[in-house]
Design a binder for this molecule. Structure first.
Ligand code: C5P
Length: 223
């Protein structure tokens, strides 16, 4: 059967990664969380004191590090910076607050996109991010633009954080999320934007299984 490329884009906390993982698992495809790659670079820069405003320094840092994902099943996939497991560290508040700045630089994006294209080369991949349908995989057979109301997205993130023992207030989370979406959609290079041929899926009133079902049925139509 044809091994497709599936692009899932959308704003923060729209449920992209949960959905993308499940779709990939069902199809036996690779799942690639491109946000985790930008987060890992941000974490690396914060850890070694790289100036986050310095495009050259960030680009040099990125070229010297490897960002990999464990193959131990999509659900329990872990993220590595060289050989350090950074799965939890890249979700910290400080990384979340700084990642939009780090990801706004052309040289950083160029290198990330090249790595992502390489991974997707032979197809059989579900990728989620902000510029997948527009820049990384413009030839993807299926492009989904996932949205949900800002209130719903903040609530989801709040519940996720509580489960992890993080205590940021709902108000603070909402503000941070709005700021990140604003920065991601207004940056000069590859801003968050729906690809012309993407299908919009609003998950505000849908549960995870319903969204997965919808995407799988869209995929089946194109197989
Ligand atoms: O998906 P996640 O929320 O983990 O992404 C973290 C950040 O990484 C985004 O807010 C955005 O700044 C950046 N990003 C990006 N392009 C992608 C994926 C993520 O610029 N393809």
């Amino acid at each position: 059967m044809k091994k497709m490329k599936i692009a899932i884009d959308g704003p923060a906390s729209a449920g992209k990664s949960t959905i993308a993982k499940k779709v990939a698992e069902t199809l036996g495809y690779i799942y690639l969380d491109t946000g985790a790659m930008y987060r890992t670079l941000t974490y690396a820069a914060l850890s070694n004191g790289t100036d986050l405003q310095n495009e050259e320094a960030l680009s040099k840092l990125l070229k010297g590090i490897s960002i990999t994902f464990s193959t131990a099943g999509n659900e329990s996939q872990r993220v590595f910076l060289n050989d350090e497991d950074v799965t939890e560290s890249i979700r910290s508040e400080v990384v979340t607050q700084k990642v939009s700045l780090v990801s706004s630089f052309a040289k950083v994006r160029e290198e990330m996109v090249a790595r992502q294209k390489k991974i997707a080369h032979s197809g059989g991949v579900v990728m989620d991010g902000r510029d997948i349908g527009t820049v990384v995989l413009p030839d993807a057979e299926v492009k989904i633009f996932m949205t949900a109301s800002a209130e719903e997205r903040a609530q989801r993130r709040y519940k996720e954080n509580l489960a992890k023992g993080m205590t940021t207030s709902l108000e603070e989370l909402t503000e941070d999320m709005k700021l990140r979406d604003h920065l991601d959609s207004t940056r000069a290079i590859s801003p968050l934007k729906k690809a012309e041929d993407a299908i919009v899926l609003d998950s505000t009133h849908l549960d995870i299984e319903e969204v997965v079902e919808r995407i799988l049925s869209i995929i089946k139509e194109r197989l």
